[in-house]
Design a protein around this ligand. Sequence first.
Ligand SMILES: CC(C)(COP(=O)(O)OP(=O)(O)OC[C@H]1O[C@@H](n2cnc3c(N)ncnc32)[C@H](O)[C@@H]1OP(=O)(O)O)[C@@H](O)C(=O)NCCC(=O)NCCS
Length: 122
Amino acid sequence: MAGYSGLMLSLDEAHVTTIAVDPAMQRRQVATRLLLDMARVARRRGATDLTLEVRVGNYGAQALYRRFGFAPEGIRPQYYPETNEDAIVMWAHDIDTEAYAARLAAIEASVTGATIVPEGRW
Ligand SMILES: CC(C)(COP(=O)(O)OP(=O)(O)OC[C@H]1O[C@@H](n2cnc3c(N)ncnc32)[C@H](O)[C@@H]1OP(=O)(O)O)[C@@H](O)C(=O)NCCC(=O)NCCS
């Protein structure tokens, strides 16, 4: 397995609960593909907003999320019990709009190679 991600849907809010890529497979757009898929599932299921938490020091992940329109909106102090590190709460709003669909299409256009999504899921 190259990577995995989790999405929790509640009414119009979709929460990216986890995303991780095998270190040997990083910087090959695996997380980008996972996020593209989660954002599309969220839209299809009627979500208008996407949110997630990220470690304050995780600049790589934050760069990835900014590309998907996430912006910081708050801090959860000492959110990670192993290290006591704070989390930044990021949101991408209005994901149900044509403008956001265009953002996803532009990201997808920049991804090389095929992304195969199994049929009949969700
Ligand atoms: C964060 C993580 C999921 C990114 O996965 P990935 O498949 O390597 O990400 P992608 O290849 O799709 O990266 C897309 C863009 O995000 C940014 N990015 C991703 N990882 C980065 C890093 N380590 N440093 C700087 N920028 C990074 C870059 O802009 C990158 O584009 P580029 O490679 O063309 O420069 C992966 O590093 C990981 O699993 N880390 C450990 C777990 C973790 O931190 N999860 C996130 C918890 S909130």
